[in-house]
Design a protein around this ligand. Structure first.
Ligand code: ATP
Ligand code: MG
Length: 682
């Protein structure tokens, strides 16, 4: 069923398993045969020359070493961080097999460190105290601010001292419900400094969702903000927190303190509802605390944070990450997957409420002493050029975003590396990102990973490999992805199946909070001996990986298993199709039918001829069995603010179960749902 992909196959580069490096080098240098292959994008020689990984050969050497001697490989890397005390032997221990007892993963156990110290103090000690840590760009044009590493440390220490003063101790939970102000990364780092476990709840979640998470981890304190402006809208966060705290109290969890940042550009202090004795204004109290604070040294395996998955597939899971392995892994993946250099300015559009904001707004970049842009607003406010204005304003050189987030067409000279995450990026979106945004200069890191994995597992290393549009390419160091069939047998060579990982990597999550059994059954029991990602993947004969979407989303049409991503890629390759999302619906004859939501390029009118020609595209590229049964015109698709398409809502619309749409509160634009319903039978 991977016909759509086979046209992207490359004839002249051999597989990862048996690499002929000389051949690959020839390709990188612009081999004439290879450039005939128009689906192969070869890195520019001047980019490769300056890259951490200038050639496949260098990657392959190090990858081999990381698999053959993981302990040696990771202890060399970990030694570049500050440890109060080195870890005990062994570097890691793991049981990833439910048949052999409890799943248990540990890295650098016995090592004593602190991730906040490594983000701030260590970089300052290395002479970067006056380097910009954060460029903050507000929602409104002209609202901005900066913090150097020294200033950031001071702010973090004041909050850390306050938290200690109200009795927050090592191991205690702290819930953070904040918009993308500088105070959000500050709050995360302050918790880490004192060994408290942060649980950031995306400030778009409803009061019920917030309350569930509060009841789950029972924090002493909630850190929040009175209100935020997102685009033209004011969102009263404090009202949501008040409702959540009232609800939590009914369920037996009373939170003593609600530390509230006064964001007066959105709502004045006077207009903010207040609970005397519980609520404290952030700015009033923190200025009273000293701006230095001793670090709480913690074990590598002490918990760092708790974070819920996006909930695309159902009830969110409370993923727990620990300190040492996560630190080493996020820093290293950041550095290599983005070819990071100290002169770069880096912008990741993700909110810190998601894992991407944890690993690649806060920890990964700051461990590297990077300059990070933190953006409060919406990418299309005041207009759709906003993102590119920000890129220009701060001379952003590394830009990391979700493939579904933008539709405007600009190119920007400062850009060097582009990154994509969250959904499979289809080849035509890849080409647009590459050719138009990146001016055909910038390699694209299509990073495949999950909340659970802590950091990238499959990602290109810019400059190293010839790229294939739409492929996440090869595994990161130390990661052994395997593709298995329904019975859990490992497939070799060119294949398609369930994406699993063999043996652990430092950034792996250690448990689901409070429910280790659910951790074991969800991730380790489907294919014993492996971590099961829940995603489908195919590998082409050159060893490149192609994510095909969640296996729960796989559609079974008359016995053919079809990945949603494949059909979407085929639709989007039509010149008049801007975006597509495909779901399965019940079908009397075929078991399941294919139902496609299609957004057209601006200005293109709906017509039955166009419907036919879209379906034709899928028949030609994949086969008649994959032809959509229904094309539903979609002026927009329901997406979360992290850029994920909410397929569960689309499934309900497709099967006309309109009263079962569920929670739509995290949608970036809830209005699109009504538009879709209105167009259902047109
Ligand atoms: P839940 O697990 O609660 O349903 P979720 O899986 O959407 O939510 P995340 O951990 O934020 O929550 O997202 C990880 C998922 O996003 C991956 O399993 C994969 O399906 C998708 N994904 C992320 N990056 C990529 C990528 N580069 N290519 C393809 N898919 C990706
Ligand atoms: Mg998931």
């Amino acid at each position: 069923t991977n016909g759509a992909r086979s046209s992207h196959r490359l004839r002249h580069v051999s597989s990862l398993a048996a690499p002929p490096p000389s051949r690959l080098n020839a390709v990188v240098l612009g081999d004439a045969l290879a450039s005939e292959e128009h689906d192969l994008v070869i890195p520019k020689p001047d980019f490769s020359a300056q890259a951490h990984f200038p050639s496949p050969a260098k990657y392959l050497d190090l990858y081999k070493q990381s698999i053959e001697d993981p302990a040696g490989f990771w202890s060399d890397i970990a030694s570049q961080f500050y440890w109060k005390q080195k870890w005990a032997s062994p570097v890691y221990s793991e049981n990833m097999d439910v048949r052999e007892g409890r799943i248990n993963i540990e890295w650098f156990k016995g090592g004593i460190t602190n991730i906040c110290y490594n983000c701030l103090d260590a970089n300052i000690a290395a002479g970067n105290g006056e380097k910009i840590a954060i460029y903050w760009e507000g929602n409104e044009l002209g609202a901005d601010a900066t913090l150097t590493y020294n200033q950031l440390l001071h702010k973090v220490c004041q909050l850390a001292n306050y938290l200690k003063d109200i009795g927050v101790r090592k191991g205690d939970a702290v819930v953070i419900y904040q918009p993308m102000l500088m105070e959000l990364p500050i709050a995360m780092l302050a918790c880490a400094r004192i060994g408290a476990v942060h649980s950031v709840v995306f400030a778009g979640f409803s009061s019920e969702s917030l309350s569930q998470r509060i009841v789950d981890c029972k924090p002493k304190v909630v850190l929040t903000c009175n209100a935020v402006k997102r685009g033209p809208k004011v969102i009263n966060l404090k009202d949501i927190v008040d409702a959540a705290l009232a609800e939590s109290a009914k369920n037996g969890t009373v939170v003593d303190v609600c530390l509230t940042y006064a964001n007066e550009s959105a709502l004045t202090k006077e207009s903010t509802k207040w609970v005397e004795g519980r609520d404290i204004w952030w700015q009033d109290i923190l200025s009273k605390y000293p701006n230095s604070c001793d670090v709480e040294w913690v074990d590598a395996e002490d918990p760092l944070f708790l974070l819920y998955t996006s909930g695309s597939t159902g009830k969110p899971k409370g993923v727990l990450h620990t300190t040492g392995g996560y630190m080493v892994y996020t820093a290293t993946t950041f550095k290599y997957a983005f070819d990071y250099k100290p002169s770069d300015v880096y912008w990741c559009t993700a909110d810190c409420g998601w894992i991407t904001g944890h690993s690649y707004v806060t920890y990964g970049p700051m461990l590297n002493g990077a300059t990070v842009v933190v953006f409060e607003g919406a990418p299309n406010y005041p207009d759709s050029g906003r993102c590119w204005d920000i890129v220009d304003k701060y001379k952003v050189s590394i830009f990391y975003t979700a493939p579904t987030l933008f539709v405007t067409r600009y190119s920007r000279k400062s850009l060097r590396v582009l990154g994509s995450v969250g959904e499979p990026i289809n080849p035509s979106a890849w080409r647009w990102f590459f050719n138009v945004v990146g001016d055909s200069r910038c390699p694209i890191s299509d990073t495949w990973w999950q909340t659970e994995t802590g950091g990238f597992l499959i990602t290109p290393l810019p400059g190293a490999w010839p790229q294939k549009p739409g492929s996440a390419t090869f595994p990161f160091f130390g990661v052994q992805p395997v593709i298995v069939d329904e019975k859990g047998a490992e497939l070799e060579g060119e294949c398609s199946g369930y994406l699993c990982v063999k043996s652990s990597w430092p950034g792996a999550f250690r448990t689901l909070y409070g429910d280790h059994e659910r951790y074991e059954t969800t991730y380790f029991s489907a294919f014993p001996g492996y971590y099961f990602s829940g995603d489908g993947c195919s590998r082409d004969k050159d060893g490149y990986h192609w994510l095909t979407g969640r296996v729960d989303d796989v559609i079974n049409v008359s016995g053919h298993r079809i990945g949603t991503a494949e059909v979407e890629s085929a639709l989007v390759s039509h010149p008049q199709c801007a975006e597509a999302a495909v779901v399965g619906v019940e079908h009397e004859v075929k078991g399941q039918g294919i139902y496609a939501f299609v957004t057209l390029v601006e200005g293109v009118p709906y017509s039955d001829d166009l419907r036919k020609s879209l379906i034709m595209n899928v028949r030609k590229q994949i086969g008649a069995f994959a032809a959509p049964d229904k094309i539903h015109w979609a002026p927009g698709l329901p997406k979360t603010r992290s850029g994920k398409i909410m397929r569960r809502i689309l499934r309900k619309i497709a099967s006309r179960q309109l009263d079962e749409l569920g929670d739509t509160s995290t949608l970036a634009e809830p209005g699109v749902v009504d538009q879709l319903i209105a167009l259902a039978d047109s």
